[in-house]
Structures are given as C-alpha cells and as structure tokens.
Design a protein around this ligand. Structure first.
Ligand code: SAH
Ligand code: SF4
Ligand code: F3S
Length: 469
C-alpha cells in the first residue's frame, strides 16, 4: 500500500469556495490524499481563489511566492510538491497564472474540479503545467460522480449547493463571468443530499448559491420549484432542525420564501440580503434594478411574516460617481433597517466589468473615511444586537467542543457563537441557553432548565430600528 499523500487546501472568498474545497478533498481522497494543516509538508497544495476584489486576487500571487520557496525546500529534501490554483482567479486568468508564477502545476476553474485527479496525473506524466479548458456549462447536473454528490458530512452543520452562477450582472461584479450563468440543481438531488447528510449526523443545512433565491430547480412534479417550496420540502426531512440559505438578491424574494419564514420553525430568522448602497442613483449605476424603497419593502414583507427576523447585508463605498449625498443615503438606510451585522467594502474596479470603464471619482482618502463611518454605524448596531441577548434565553444548536476545556460551543438562530459549560453529549442538540454575558462576539451562558424557556430570542429587538430612523 502506498503511504497517504498530504493535501493542503487554502480557500479564499465565499461559502461556495468553502464548499468546493470540501468537494475537492472528497474528490482527491480516493487518490490517497489526506488533509494536512500546513503547506510546508504537503505533497499537493491547492489555492482555492477569489477574484471579487483586487486585494483578494493579489493575495494569490503573494501566496504563490511563499509556495515557490516551500516547493524548492521540498525538492531539496527529495520531495515533489504540486501546486494547483483553483477557483475564480483560475477561471478569470487561466494560463496567465502559469506565466506569472511558474511554481503552478495545474490551473483549474470552478466547474472542472472533478477533472483534478486526471489533470494532476497528466501534468506529472507530461512534465509541464496544465490548464483546463474551463467548460462553463459543465455544472453539477452534468458532472460525473463523485463530485456531483453531496460532500461528506463534517459535523453538525453543512452547506449544500442548490444553485450556481449569476445572471444579474451588477456592473461592479465578476461573479457572472467567473461562475457563469445561473443553473439550479434538481429538487430530487438536493433532497437526496440533505437526507444523506441528516443520516450522517448533520442537523443544520445552509443552502448556498451565488444568487440562491433565484433558485428554480426542476421539481418532482416536472415544474420548476422556487426556493421557498424547496425549503418546505427539506423541513420535512427527519433530523434537520435548522435551515438557512445564502446569498439572496432583493429582487428575487418571492412569496413562498416569505411564507416559509412564517410557517417553518426550522427556517432560521436570519437573512443575508445585500443592498450595496442606499442611493437610488448609485443603485441604478450598479445595475441592481431596485431602489432603496423597494429594498425596504422587501424587508417589511419579511418582518410581517416573522417578527424576530434579523438581517445582514453587504455594502460598497466609493462606487464611481458616489457623492457625499449618495453616501449619506446609505447611512440613512442602514440606520433605518437596523442590521445584526454587515460587510462593507471599498469599491475595487475589476477587469472586464462595466464599472471598470467608468471614471473613478472618489479618492482613496474619501473611500477610507466613508468606510470607517459606515463600519462604525454597523458595529454599533451589531453590538446592540448582541447585547440585547444578555438576560434572555435563546436556542442554541451545539456544534463542537470549545477551545476552553469543558465548554461546548454552538450558534444561536442569528449565528452568534454561544459557549456553555456542559457535557459533550449535547453536541447536535438545540437547547435553551440563558445568556449571561458577551465576550467580543460570543455569548456566554448556561443551559437553561429544559422545558421552561422556549421564548424566541430577540423578539422585537430587530423589528425596531436600533439607531433611530
Ligand atoms: N452573490 C452575492 C455576493 C457577491 S460578492 C450577492 O449578490 O450579494 C460579495 C460582496 O462583495 C458583494 O455583495 C459586494 O458587496 C462585494 N463586491 C463585489 N464586487 C465588488 C467590487 N468590485 N468592489 C468591492 N466590493 C465588491
Ligand atoms: Fe455579483 Fe450582483 Fe450577481 Fe451578486 S447579484 S453575484 S453582486 S452580479
Ligand atoms: Fe470570490 Fe468567486 Fe466567491 S470571486 S466571492 S470566490 S464566487
């Protein structure tokens, strides 16, 4: 028997990349690869890259610089280290990566991971670096096993891809180019995946897709099912106690998704709904195809269905032509909605996107300053949201032993980490926790007397704007 080969995967970017990294591990396992925590002693290093902002893309090249040294050291020890660049930079730049960084052995795009074993074998046999042809239509539906199958269960919570690609073409965004057009997986395949994961101990499923609520996979009745209908069906699967989905677009929130939030206890009342800007003029320039008022109406529909629902979002500051007045509209929107948290980014022009041809009008200094102001507002909302849990009893799904001995960590409905001192057999259960204090972003508490406290966490706290409208 050949000794196991060591595989190190480093993932950047979104949840889809995290999921894909796990898929690559599962694809390479039959080839004798086992995961290792460090690149230095690895036989195979995979960088699963993100192209979304310039900083993300450039990280790859600095990492490849480090890997060149590690590869040379390995060679001196008589070991061969192979380097693969996967993900969205691979898709966007292809062969250019090999030209810029000869340390790379294989470049493979997000739709071609199932070819990895053959590509590695060919690169080795031919003694040269290889790039796949990136067949963009070669998505889940067409992939041969095992990559088409759900990833192996890893703990209590699992991602399941239901949709890939995006047809929205926001003017700043590379995703429609790196991940291609929208494709939805058939309902039956998703049910199979979730069932298998549930049988293997998974209790929480997050359905993922670049534009997940544009889901329209073929249902068993021969019609396309919207995401809401899929959620109703998945909620029936024994063992699944929590359902989530990410990332949604405000334009694709249809009524069954709203009613699913009203009807399904398993569907968590926490929705990531990026808006990017509060200025209608900037939203139009971004090709978001909705106004700030449209977005507020979507939020209101969710809140009417479920009063304890909370939201997070993404924002871009400094989009070309953004004025101080536009930015003030963003702050006003944030103040009005009241978020449990949000990500905010400085605009980064991306090659090939329409916005890259627009003249940049916002200076770096102004962008920095706007980002700080926005993040201060979001941070204050997030802290208020977390503080509101203190003194309450909240349901926690326990996931694993914490770093502190004797402690078990889980998450609330709002993904806040919660720590309690308890026996390990609570892992996999949802139990009420009395929250006593807050340490940075984590809630600390103790198990509440079971049966006493089933009150929903944070009822009302988020239906009111935290910062005043
Ligand atoms: N599919 C998701 C997320 C796409 S990328 C969605 O539609 O919301 C995640 C976030 O990165 C985006 O929401 C946006 O806020 C940010 N982003 C994308 N392109 C960017 C760019 N060129 N510059 C700065 N931020 C960007
Ligand atoms: Fe990018 Fe817009 Fe699609 Fe989101 S909706 S992935 S921001 S193009
Ligand atoms: Fe990045 Fe690609 Fe995801 S560009 S955000 S890894 S879809």
């Amino acid at each position: 028997m050949t000794p196991p080969r060591k595989l190190h995967i480093k993932s950047y970017g979104c949840q889809m990349n995290v999921y894909d990294a796990q898929r690559m591990v599962d694809t390479l396992a039959p080839e004798g690869f086992v995961e290792t925590a460090s690149a230095d002693d690895a036989d195979l290093v995979v960088l699963n890259t993100c192209h979304i902002r310039e900083k993300a893309s450039e990280k790859v090249y600095s990492e490849l610089g480090r890997l060149r040294v590690a590869k040379e050291e390995a060679a001196r020890d008589g070991r061969k280290m192979s380097v693969v660049v996967a993900g969205c930079v691979a898709q966007a730049e292809g062969n250019e990566i090999i030209r810029r960084a000869p340390v790379v052995d294989v470049v493979v795009g997000p739709q071609s991971y199932h070819h990895l074993p053959q590509l590695l074998a060919r690169a080795k046999a031919e003694g040269r670096a290889l790039e796949t042809e990136f067949p963009v239509d070669d998505k889940f539906g067409f992939l041969p096993p095992p990559s088409r199958q759900a990833i192996r269960a890893r703990g209590i919570s699992s991602f399941v891809t239901v949709q890939e690609g995006c047809d929205k073409f926001c003017t700043f965004c590379v995703v429609p180019y790196t991940r291609g057009t929208e494709v939805s997986r058939p309902v039956a395949k998703i049910i199979d995946d979730v069932q298998r994961l549930a049988d293997n101990g998974v209790r929480e499923i997050t359905l993922i897709g670049q534009n997940v609520n544009a889901y329209h996979g073929d249902g068993p009745d021969g019609r396309p099912w919207p995401l809401g209908k899929l959620l109703y069906r998945l909620a029936e699967i024994p063992g699944i106690v929590r359902l989530r989905y990410s990332t949604s677009h405000p334009r694709d929130v249809e009524d069954t998704l709203i009613s699913a939030h009203r009807d399904l206890d398993a569907l968590m009342p926490f929705v990531h709904l990026p808006v990017q800007s509060g200025s209608d003029r900037i939203l139009a320039a971004m090709n978001r195809k909705h106004t700030a008022a449209d977005y507020r109406r979507v939020i209101d529909r969710f809140r009417a269905a479920r009063q304890d629902i909370a939201f997070s979002s993404d924002f871009i500051v400094g989009f070309p032509t953004e004025t101080e007045e536009d930015f003030a509209a963003t702050l006003a929107l944030v103040a009005q909605i009241g978020y449990a948290g949000a990500y905010s980014f400085k605009y980064s022009p991306r090659p090939g996107t329409p916005a890259a041809d627009m003249q940049e009008t916002v200076s770096t200094a102004d962008m920095d300053e706007r980002l700080v102001r926005l993040q201060e507002l979001i941070d204050s909302q997030q802290s208020a949201f977390n503080r509101a849990a203190i003194g309450k009893t909240v349901d926690v799904l326990f996931e694993r032993a914490a770093r502190n001995p004797g402690q078990i960590v889980g998450r609330t409905a709002y993904l806040q980490p919660a720590h309690v001192v308890a026996p390990a057999d609570i892992i996999g259960q949802v139990l009420p926790v009395s929250v006593e204090s807050l340490e940075r972003y984590s809630l600390l508490g103790s198990l509440a007397n079971a049966g006493l406290s089933r009150t929903p966490a944070h009822a009302n706290d988020l239906s009111q704007p935290i910062m005043g409208a």
